[in-house]
Design a binder for this molecule. Structure first.
Ligand SMILES: C[S@@+](CC[C@H](N)C(=O)[O-])C[C@H]1O[C@@H](n2cnc3c(N)ncnc32)[C@H](O)[C@@H]1O
Length: 247
């Protein structure tokens, strides 16, 4: 178990699930289209950083066989409620060191790769994904480019709230390749009072234009694109779509 288990503790996991499902929902149609050939041959989809199962639900509803994984025990606890036995397996898996099961597609949205400590760890995870992908396999992941930080310079915070959650996030950029979020969450207690919790998240920003050459060296033909399909992603979030040729 790596340091990522320390992030997305129970309160932030709930706030993510209640308030931040829009990204997985926006990505789902494009991902389902990319994965249609995998579904048609009843291939196995490995989801990394599945969080609370927001994309997982869309994959299983479309008929995919899915192993859904995440580093955070708290995210997986919500996912267990949400996707239950609709998946082949829910597994705690921390990139980049944990072994990846072989799969016919590997997907990750909400930039789990960007939670790794540095660009070298991101490369290590991408190489592990290339090795785990079976021939004719499809790779579809999103990741924060260096542009993510440039686009948010001078944006000091984000705040959001609904009837059953609230969040205040302060941003900082100690280096051009590091995006830091100090997150405070608020959730209602049964007695009507609100409880507060805090988390510190660090994301590494990488030059995504280097990713296709790395994946090519490991047998995957990949492109970096602005989106999986027709969705509009936040500035600086890039999508890597790859295919491993048939043997
Ligand atoms: C922004 S959330 C996205 C969750 C989900 N995919 C979604 O779109 O709702 C990022 C996820 O990456 C997971 N994560 C962070 N570091 C990770 C690591 N080293 N290995 C695997 N998952 C990780 C977090 O626990 C979290 O669930």
């Amino acid at each position: 178990m790596g340091t990522s288990d320390a992030i997305y503790q129970p309160d932030l996991a709930l706030v993510h699930h209640r308030g931040f499902g829009f990204h997985a929902a926006a990505c789902a149609p494009g991902i389902l289209e990319l994965l249609a050939p995998v579904r048609d041959r009843q291939g196995l989809v490995l989801e990394l950083g599945c969080g609370t199962g927001l994309l997982t639900t869309e994959l299983t509803a479309a008929g995919h066989r899915v192993i859904a994984t995440d580093a955070s025990a708290a995210m997986l606890a919500v996912a267990r409620e949400v996707v239950g036995d609709l998946v082949q397996e829910l597994r705690q898996l921390t990139l980049p060191d944990d072994r990846l099961p072989q799969a016919d597609a590997i997907v990750a949205v909400g930039h789990p790769l960007s939670y790794l400590p540095d660009a070298q760890a991101v490369d290590q995870a991408l190489i592990a994904m290339a090795a785990a992908l079976r021939p004719r396999g499809v790779l579809a992941v999103d990741i924060c480019d260096l542009e993510w930080g440039r686009a948010r310079q001078g944006v000091p915070y984000f705040a959001g709230a609904a009837k059953d959650w609230a969040i205040i996030t302060r941003f900082s950029m100690p280096a051009a390749d590091r995006f830091v979020r100090d997150i405070t969450t608020f959730l209602p207690n049964p007695d009507g009072s609100w409880r507060r919790d805090s988390e510190h998240h660090e994301n590494v920003l990488v030059d995504t234009s280097l990713i296709p050459a790395l994946l090519r060296q490991h047998g995957v033909d990949a492109q970096v694109r602005p989106s999986f399909g027709t969705e509009t992603n936040p500035p600086g979030l890039r999508v890597v779509v790859g295919r491993k040729p048939a043997r």
